[in-house]
Design a binder for this molecule. Structure first.
Ligand code: BTN
Length: 246
């Protein structure tokens, strides 16, 4: 395991913002350094994956975006979101003793319910900028009706209030660690840990028009499915629907 040297970092704290992603990109484009972090109490237009809205109840979540000036080839950037999922799961263990699992590509779930979402966005200019957004459900005691059976929070899982600053620090520390692992050792170490934490492997799943049993994560981060006639498919992107264990 690589322990990065602790470095100071800029943390921009905002009470209300449309999206910490937007602010992080604006700061990065104005020259903000690698590892700059934006944190908000609440977002009015939080961005989720696949164009969805990420809703929050003010003050209950960690809502953060990290500016990354990657030391990775552009083709390898999606692997950073898998590394982030590993980091979030490990931070949850440290913060609350929570055994979180990973749903491909990068949802973090507890007992099958989503506790954190990750959004990686990039601007592929001459010097690419990546912003890694993490929404971690911390102290919610209930969710809106449409999320009630699919979402959970640290508080719901442990029965205890979680301290937001502690959770943020643990998240950022774990993110630095797994980012450094990816950038210096390559994807193999991330892949091995992702597989240890995976909720998806061994399940019947559907991703878009593909259905089958998830059997592996390949060396590029694609999900490997075996279909009903034993054909193997490598799925690069998409929304996964989980079925029962095989
Ligand atoms: C997902 O859809 O699972 C990803 C959700 C990512 C939400 C976080 S909250 C902090 C950051 N700012 C945003 O607007 N989105 C991300």
């Amino acid at each position: 395991m690589i322990e990065p040297t602790p470095l100071t970092r800029a943390i921009v704290r905002l009470p209300v913002v449309d999206s910490t992603q937007r602010v992080a990109f604006a700061l990065a484009e104005a020259g903000a350094s690698d590892r700059t972090v934006v944190v908000a109490e609440t977002q009015t237009a939080g961005r989720g994956r696949r164009g969805r809205l990420w809703r929050d109840e003010p003050g209950t979540s960690v809502l953060t975006s990290i500016v990354v000036r990657p030391r990775l080839a552009v083709a390898d950037l999606p692997k950073l979101s898998l590394a982030t999922a590993v980091a979030v799961a490990e931070a949850l263990d440290t913060v609350g003793g929570i055994v979180a699992r990973l749903k491909w590509p990068n949802d973090v779930v507890v007992r099958g319910r989503k506790v954190a979402g990750i959004l990686l966005e990039s601007r592929l200019t001459a010097e690419p900028i990546v912003v890694v957004g993490i929404g971690l459900n911390l102290n919610q005691t209930e969710f809106p009706a449409d999320l009630a059976t699919t979402a959970t929070s640290v508080r719901l899982e442990t029965g205890r209030r979680a301290e937001r600053e502690t959770a943020l620090n643990e998240l950022l520390t774990a993110f630095d660690r797994w980012r450094a692992t990816l950038e210096t050792r390559g994807f193999a170490a991330v892949r091995a840990r992702w597989l240890e934490l995976a909720d998806t492997i061994g399940r019947e799943v559907r991703v878009g028009s593909r259905a089958g049993v998830a059997v592996d994560l390949d060396r590029d981060g694609a999900l490997v499915l075996r279909d009903s006639v034993d054909a193997i498919h490598h799925v690069v992107a998409g929304e996964l629907t989980r079925g029962r264990p095989h």
